[in-house]
Design a binder for this molecule. Structure first.
Ligand code: GLV
Length: 330
């Protein structure tokens, strides 16, 4: 029996890749940057399974070019790169890698929150550039955390994990804005569900943990930044399109908000000449929130398990469209 043909769009940790290579006739894109669209479409023509990254668009034209495709296994928890309803219509199972990156992502959100609030990168550059002459009573003044208010947009797994850190460690008051209520967070963290405007006006720190969809696309625009406190710190570790890039630059430049810490931007990567990168009160990381050894290995294992289950017609470990079961391609 020939092994199923799969395309893996980047090298992923061997914790997953070795299993894929053992069970499949796998081609792994060897470059550090994504395969060009033409390559993706070409490989899709034969592929029975694809392991995709968040940089690879798994859209209708791709699926139309992939008559044998039975499973798309995304090496990410976010899946806005995949048209899941279109996959379901075509009998293609889709999986992602939730849970194993919750702590790593919440840690990164906190890292950005305290670093942006305390102007750490700006201060470190000041030292490196040779400006440090003495101890300055009025220099480098940043934000306090103890007892302040944290506004979470999207109180799911990662939002709750950040809220736990900030409540337990820093006694922060927790507000959240979400379509769904989170009774656990309300009971255990005293979190209060509020409307968006209350979140904007009452929070000292705002951290984004929601999915990117029609409702959240551009949620943080000029009008939203205008409603925030001038001392507020904005954190986004979810998706760059949830804030409007130019509006954020303007709000940081004019002092409408105090600082921002971003692990995600739009576009990604940001060109080095982008005005955001010239601002002292913005910290930008290259989308690395899940980049810990344990998280990335576990993501690799789930991505492999999802791929192999998809190829064998079994339930996926983390399955985004279980409703495809009755019409699945076999
Ligand atoms: C990273 O952004 C992910 O969705 O896993």
């Amino acid at each position: 029996m020939p092994k199923p043909k799969v395309f893996v769009t980047r090298r992923i940790p061997s914790a997953g890749l070795d299993k894929i290579r053992a069970a499949c006739d796998a081609e792994v894109w060897p470059e550090p940057t994504p395969p060009p669209r033409a390559v993706l479409l070409d490989r899709a023509a034969e592929a029975e399974g694809i392991v995709s990254l968040l940089t690879d668009a798994m859209d209708v034209p791709l699926m139309e070019a992939a008559p044998h495709l039975r499973v798309i296994s995304n090496f990410a928890v976010g899946f806005d790169n995949i048209d899941v309803p279109a996959a379901t219509e075509r009998g293609i199972a889709v999986g992602n890698t939730p849970e194993v990156l919750t702590d790593a992502t919440a840690d990164m959100a906190f890292c950005l929150l305290i670093s942006a609030g305390r102007r750490l990168v700006e201060a470190a550059e000041y030292v490196k550039e040779g400006h440090w002459e003495t101890w300055e009573p009025l220099g480098h003044i940043g934000a306090d955390l103890m007892g302040k208010t944290l506004g979470i947009v999207g109180m799911g797994r990662i939002g709750s994990a950040l809220a736990q850190r900030c409540r337990g460690g820093w006694g922060m008051n927790i507000l959240y804005y979400d379509v769904a209520s989170n009774p656990d967070a309300e009971t255990s963290l005293g979190a209060r569900k509020v409307d968006f405007d209350t979140l904007l006006t009452e929070s000292d720190f705002i951290s984004v943990h929601t999915v990117l969809n029609k409702e959240t696309h551009g949620l943080f625009n000029a009008a939203a930044f205008r409603r925030m406190k001038p001392t507020a710190v904005f954190i986004n570790t979810a998706r760059g399109r949830i804030h409007v890039h130019g509006d954020l630059v303007a709000a940081l430049r004019s002092g409408e908000i105090f600082a921002a810490g971003l692990d995600v931007t739009h576009p990604e990567p940001l060109p080095p000449e982008d005005p955001l990168l010239k601002l002292p009160n913005a910290i930008v990381a290259p989308h690395i929130a899940s980049a810990t050894r344990q998280s990335r290995d576990a993501m690799g294992e789930i991505a492999a398990a999802n791929l192999l289950a998809g190829l064998q017609g079994e339930p996926l470990q983390a399955w985004l469209n279980p409703e495809v079961e009755s019409t699945r391609r076999r």
